[in-house]
Design a binder for this molecule. Structure first.
Ligand code: VG1
Ligand code: CO
Length: 544
């Protein structure tokens, strides 16, 4: 094998966002764009000679091309072994598990998650460290710095690997093992949950629909939900991964899963509906006539986790991203366990999980997970819900209502304004930041008094690092909250996210329509930030 050192010119835009580097396929297919970025990652790491690297992706367009490049660059840089999912597939949580299970040095997760795919869609590359989780900012900052000055990368002159056949091949001195992407993950799930109880529930006539959105979760869901848990064939829909997600938008929310939602709202619909995103780390949960917001789902899963064998000893603590509603905080308080508020993005949970300070984590964006891996995990959340339903022998709606009667309800919504002009969005946020000190103490709307107004800064209690400017928060004395931040995963213009929350006590009214319950706060947010006047939009692009 000849190791080649190939001259290259750096790009200035390879800055990782909330979750890896996401760009249009048209950007990624520029000369050496992939090569530069992967070499910049390896240049920012130490001690991987002879070690194992895991590679897998969500099967989107360009996955196969990028994987072959990644394998050659890994071989030239001295990795001893690559583990790659058959067909290049590994869901993000499964990749995290494979890294941990085989004690790999790290992994490359090739995905742009919920973003659309295809030749005109998005692609993404994320590096995960040996704990199975996304690289912390210390590493992503180093990768970006390196990418701006890189002048060569290493590769080998080897043929493509056959990704279709399970087994061992060689690229020069490096071993490449193509593995079943589902097997190890399925075994992990079987150890965490009461499969017998869930099987019995399906046998008793329980009906569910799982929408894999033509993305990576299909093979996992077919195997676990239909084959292992005995749900009837057809329970999993859109279960074959497609490079363009069958021209869909693999984001499991009420916009892109509207048909399923509408079906669940009818008497004839199934008992339970669920979906996951492009790379399988997000989840959507809908019971018969009851949509469960991700923030509520986090609180409910934390409160009921002990019903699953994997968590029967209880949970050590809970962490949620800052914009996620405070519903989980009330559960932590009642259980007498630690509660942490972190910036957006799973990378901030890693230290807390590694230190054993939290067991369950979640984000308002439909991500929930636990210490079983170091990523959010869509199917895990679905299986924990099924486990809880099977043990409690109640429907989703009943369980949710009981939860609110115990803890109160955090009405919650997120309004996204997508593809806003980046200049306008940045000015909007800057102007809002400048206003914050003057807001404290003011009474807005009828009688909402501002208790605090700041730009969230996080001090990691484990490694002492600080992450500033993580989103504007305006909190009111009654516990209501407005949060505004710019997305770090979009690829065109800027996406403005406005998060709105209001607490209604345990004995309060839990039956309001969410948008109605939050109308006053939504109006206040617009008045302070001038979202509609500045963006020229009269409504959000997506409401979740
Ligand atoms: C979004 C979500 C965030 C999530 C991230 C990655 O980030 O808000 O909670 O961790 O996507 O999810 P942003 O910066 O666009 O708000 V995934 O499933 O796309 O890897
Ligand atoms: Co995802």
């Amino acid at each position: 094998m000849t190791i080649q050192t190939i001259k290259t010119t750096p790009y200035q835009d390879q800055k990782p966002g909330t979750s890896g580097l996401r760009k249009r396929v048209t950007v990624y297919s520029q000369p050496n764009y992939v090569e530069n970025y992967i070499q910049a990652i390896f240049d920012s790491l130490e001690g991987f000679a002879g070690q194992t690297l895991v590679i897998g992706g969500d099967g989107r367009f360009y996955n196969d091309v990028a994987i072959q490049k990644a394998i050659r660059i890994a071989a030239a840089n001295g990795f001893g072994k690559v583990l790659v999912g058959q067909g290049g597939l590994l869901s993000t949580p499964a990749a995290s598990h494979v890294i941990r299970h085989y004690k790999a040095f790290g992994g490359l997760v090739l995905s742009a998650s919920h973003n659309p795919g295809g030749p005109d869609g998005d692609f993404g590359i994320k590096y995960n460290i040996g704990n199975g989780g996304p690289a912390p900012e210390k590493i992503t900052d180093a990768v970006y710095a390196r990418s701006k000055v890189i002048d060569s990368y290493k590769s080998v002159d080897a043929a493509d690997i056959d990704l279709g056949t399970i087994g061992t091949q060689k690229v020069g001195d490096m071993v490449v093992e193509v593995i079943d992407p589902v097997a190890d993950y399925a075994k992990l799930m079987e150890g965490l949950f009461d499969f017998d109880a869930i099987r019995a529930m399906f046998k008793g006539g329980f009906r569910m629909t799982f929408d894999a959105m033509s993305a990576v979760t299909g093979p996992y869901a077919h195997k676990i939900i239909e084959d292992m848990l005995g749900a009837p064939k057809g329970t999993v829909i859109n279960g074959t991964p497609s490079p363009s997600f069958d021209d869909g938008h693999p984001d499991p929310n009420l916009v892109y899963c509207k048909d399923m939602h509408d079906l669940l709202m009818t008497d004839a619909g199934p008992d339970f509906g669920a979906a996951s995103d492009g790379d399988g780390d997000r989840n959507l949960i809908i019971g018969k006539k009851r949509f469960v917001t991700p923030s509520d789902s986090l609180a409910l899963l934390a409160a009921n986790a002990h019903l699953a064998p994997g968590y029967k000893k209880g949970i050590a603590g809970i962490a949620r991203s800052m914009p996620t509603s405070a519903a989980a905080d009330r559960v932590a308080e009642k259980l007498g366990i630690e509660m942490h508020e972190t910036p957006t993005g799973w990378k901030f949970f890693g230290n807390l999980l590694d230190a054993g300070r939290v067991t369950i984590c979640g984000e308002e964006s439909a991500g929930t997970g636990s210490d079983h891996v170091r990523e959010k995990d869509g199917l895990w959340a679905v299986l924990l819900w099924l486990n809880i339903l099977a043990v409690r022998k109640q429907g989703v709606d009943e369980i949710v209502r009981e939860h609110w009667k115990t803890y109160g309800r955090n009405y919650y919504t997120r309004h996204d304004y997508e593809e806003v002009d980046a200049g306008i969005a940045n000015t909007l946020v800057d102007d809002l930041r400048a206003k914050l000190p003057g807001l404290v103490g003011q009474v807005l709307g009828d009688d909402l008094q501002v208790a605090y107004a700041d730009d969230f800064s996080y001090l990691d209690p484990v490694d002492g690092s600080t992450s500033a400017k993580q989103g504007v928060r305006i909190g009111f004395t009654d516990g209501s909250r407005l949060v505004l931040r710019l997305s770090g995963t979009g690829t065109v213009g800027a996406t403005l996210r406005l998060y709105i929350e209001r607490y209604e006590a345990a004995d309060g009214n839990h039956d309001l329509d969410t948008q109605v319950a939050l109308a006053e706060l939504i109006g206040i947010a617009d008045a302070i930030a001038g979202i509609r006047s500045r963006t020229g939009r009269d409504a959000p692009t997506v409401i979740t």
